[in-house]
Design a protein around this ligand. Structure first.
Ligand SMILES: [Zn+2]
Ligand SMILES: [Zn+2]
Length: 257
């Protein structure tokens, strides 16, 4: 339906969509519906769909699209952002600014904060750390990767559903996993500063195994802080000389961020 509404102005005839079940068929009058919603809203619907709810892009856990749809109908910022999304392969800083603002509103409608990282911090503090990660907006890096995936979705195939990918997916928020399969590349940076990562630990006693080991289940190597010091999941000691400059520049990167 979203695709029909977004595309119907290109089709020079009255458009209906057949839906429902075998016994209860309904015909939606797409053309009339699109006139009611208006061109600007219809134009932004496909972008909104790719960003929020389509099956081939990551989504925001527990966030419904209905609130956003209401917002899209009322707010020109939303319409502009979703209209712009996918117009080029890049997610410009200006567009990303709008997407950040929209995402902040999705997690806290009354907020004046327009940066996701800031809002994460504010929500975390407001609830004194008693907060599930799904209650926080994604961090800036994750959101950017998500926006790239939405962009790829929007630009792959003229009418959306042809080729799943035309660009190299690994440039667009995806990566190939150990088996060579496509997997979501959630973020480019580290989930926390190195100093914090080194303090994470599991409490496994006999062996580190899935699903019990919190290190393994989070895709992390065991650290010196883990209870069991003989498990297979420990990071292999790196050559101190060869790795020195690398780890130093990592620290610089984090400080700059
Ligand atoms: Zn463990
Ligand atoms: Zn561990």
């Amino acid at each position: 339906m979203v695709l029909c509404l977004g595309m119907c102005h290109k089709i020079p005839s009255h458009l209906f969509q057949k839906c429902g079940t075998k016994n209860r068929t309904r015909f939606l009058d797409i053309t009339t519906l699109s006139r009611t919603l208006g061109g600007s809203v219809c134009d932004s619907l496909i972008g909104m769909h790719a960003f929020y709810s389509c099956d081939t892009v990551s989504a925001f856990a527990g966030r419904g699209k209905m609130t956003t749809l209401k917002q899209v109908k009322m707010d020109k910022t939303y319409q502009d952002a979703f209209h712009e999304l996918g117009r080029s392969w890049e997610v410009s800083p200006e567009l990303f600014e709008k997407l950040q603002e929209i995402t902040c509103h999705m997690y806290l409608p009354s907020t004046h904060t327009t940066e996701v990282n800031k809002l994460r911090y504010e929500l975390f503090c407001a609830r004194r750390g008693e907060v599930e990660s799904s209650q926080l907006p994604p961090c800036e890096d994750c959101l950017f990767m998500h926006a790239l995936r939405a962009t790829t979705r929007l630009r792959s195939g003229e009418v959306w559903q042809s080729q799943p990918f035309v660009a190299n997916p690994t440039d667009c928020g995806w990566m190939t996993d150990e088996d060579g399969k496509l997997a979501v590349n959630w973020m480019r940076g580290s989930p926390a500063p190195d100093a914090v990562m080194q303090l994470l630990s599991c409490k496994c006693v006999r062996s580190c195994e899935l699903p019990k080991c919190t290190c393994l289940s989070n895709g992390l190597k065991c650290t010196d802080m883990c209870r069991l010091q003989t498990c297979q999941n420990k990071a292999i000691e790196e050559e101190p000389v060869a790795q020195q400059s690398d780890s130093e520049s990592d620290v610089d990167d984090i400080e700059e961020d």
